[in-house]
Design a protein around this ligand. Structure first.
Ligand SMILES: Cc1cc2nc3c(=O)[nH]c(=O)nc-3n(C[C@H](O)[C@H](O)[C@H](O)COP(=O)(O)OP(=O)(O)OC[C@H]3O[C@@H](n4cnc5c(N)ncnc54)[C@H](O)[C@@H]3O)c2cc1C
Length: 418
């Protein structure tokens, strides 16, 4: 992959730029792209020797997300067109949340964003890992960061750092800015010849995963990601293997995904689930995507939130750099932008917790009361479902069935669910 090498100034062995973006996932790539489009000198660094691999994602993104982000996906990053999510409850009851979207070849998607950024003048440096950073001042005035790490471009001096380092949360760790949040483990296999009607199948089956879910995400040519997220990391592989053994996936072939040359075919990662961090900005610093704890509570989608928070960070970086004041007081605008836009995490989390407190039987009863299509229930529809549930089992009121039920609505794309 060829990247442009332009703009930033090297003086006395120090590379200088307006904005240093740490991590070239969707958040970092988009932050770099939008910062460069705003006329800033940008360096994007990535710890790994290649962008996008290993893939740690189910790879889906909704049309709503693409519209919200003005993303026109090139054909080579798209694996499959899909119609939405089908939630399958413990007794097998299946209900749809129909909204169109895509399953991506996520590594190609991330590379495409980085290439778009490079074509706008961003310097992209692979195998570069941020390890330390120090504030710089002119008298009392904050002037930027001096960053050190592994890679021949260090030290790098930047007016603003955008931390898009994902669940690693590089800047939070280096600066002791936020405590390490709770994470959930995700693991999946690529499987072949998987039957599909082009819905993402999400199984809420506590017998395999207690506070998590399993999925079949269809891709092109009969391929699919079959995986799970679970809070019990040590049991992730065993639980996934058991699920496959007990279901229609049993006799299907597991293969290594095309980007994985050796090792176990399973792939995955961890996802932050503590919600947005308390501090998402500081002097000349903004945290985006997973590095800020932005993931959707029920199904843990994070790409839409990462890509959107990146646009906010780029906007604030460009405006504050042109104003010549990127002190924490000014960077606070970033927190306001995402707080005004993103859905209320605490409220949705309450629903998720209530959902996972239900017994399998309660959950299935709730599902039976949902209409076959859950995406357009509206206030009257929701009320009717509530009444139906409570008439059949009044005790569920005390088990917070209403927030549990509403958590599905908040998993929709318009609430940054995917
Ligand atoms: C199994 C699984 C399935 C998922 N499925 C979906 C899904 O279907 N849809 C969805 O929307 N979301 C999904 N997610 C979540 C989604 O993958 C993340 O929310 C999203 O990738 C976050 O993007 P990001 O740019 O913030 O971070 P990341 O994509 O994690 O990118 C961070 C980058 O920073 C680099 N980095 C880390 N530390 C440093 C450092 N010190 N210096 C330089 N670089 C560094 C990393 O190598 C990485 O490339 C899933 C996650 C998992 C684990």
């Amino acid at each position: 992959m060829a990247y442009l090498m332009t703009h930033s100034i090297v003086a006395e062995g120090i590379t200088s730029c307006d904005v240093l973006v740490v991590g070239a996932g969707p958040g970092g790539g988009n932050a770099a792209l939008h910062s460069a489009r705003a006329g800033l000198d940008v360096i994007l660094i990535e710890d790994h020797p290649a962008i996008g691999t290993p893939v740690h994602c189910g790879e889906c993104i909704s049309d709503v997300a693409c519209d919200n982000l003005n993303l026109e996906l090139p054909p080579h990053v798209i694996s499959k067109r899909v119609h939405g999510i089908r939630v399958i409850f413990p007794d097998g009851t299946a209900k749809k949340l129909t909204e169109e979207g895509y399953v991506l070849e996520k590594h190609l998607f991330e590379r495409w964003i980085a290439e778009e950024a490079a074509s706008e003048g961003v310097q992209v440096h692979l195998s570069h890992k941020l390890r330390s950073m120090e504030k710089q001042y002119d008298g009392d005035q904050f002037t930027g960061w001096l960053c050190e790490g592994n890679g021949n471009q260090f030290p790098i001096q930047a007016k603003v750092v955008i931390d898009a380092s994902g669940v690693a949360g590089a800047c939070s760790r280096i600066l002791d800015l936020n405590p390490r949040g709770k994470v959930i483990a995700g693991m999946q296999y690529e499987m072949l010849e998987v039957p599909t009607d082009d819905y993402l199948d999400f199984y809420i089956w506590p017998q395999y995963v207690d506070k998590g879910y399993l999925w079949m995400i269809p891709k092109c040519d009969g391929r699919a990601n079959v995986g799970l997220v679970t809070e019990d990391k040590s049991r992730a592989k065993k639980a996934l293997d058991e699920f496959i053994e007990d279901t229609e996936f049993k006799n299907l072939q597991q293969v290594a995904p095309p980007w994985k040359e050796k090792g176990n075919p399973a792939f995955g990662g961890t996802i932050p689930i503590s919600g947005p961090y308390e501090f998402t900005y500081d002097d000349g610093l903004m945290l985006v995507g997973d590095a800020a704890g932005f993931t959707s509570p029920l199904f843990e989608g994070g790409s839409h939130l990462a890509l959107k928070s990146a646009t906010f960070a780029a906007k604030v970086a460009s405006e504050q750099i042109s104003e010549g004041d990127f002190s924490a007081e000014k960077m606070a605008r970033y927190q306001k932008l995402w707080t005004d836009e993103f859905p209320p995490y605490g409220k949705i989390l309450k629903g998720k917790s209530a959902l996972f407190e239900l017994s399998d039987d309660d959950m299935s009863l709730m599902a039976q009361c949902f209409p076959d299509e859950m995406s357009n229930m509206g206030p009257h529809g929701k009320l009717a479902v509530c009444l139906r549930i409570l008439m059949r089992r009044p005790s569920l009121y005390g088990k917070k069935i209403i927030p549990a039920m509403l958590s599905f609505g908040y998993s929709r794309a318009k609430y940054y669910g995917w």
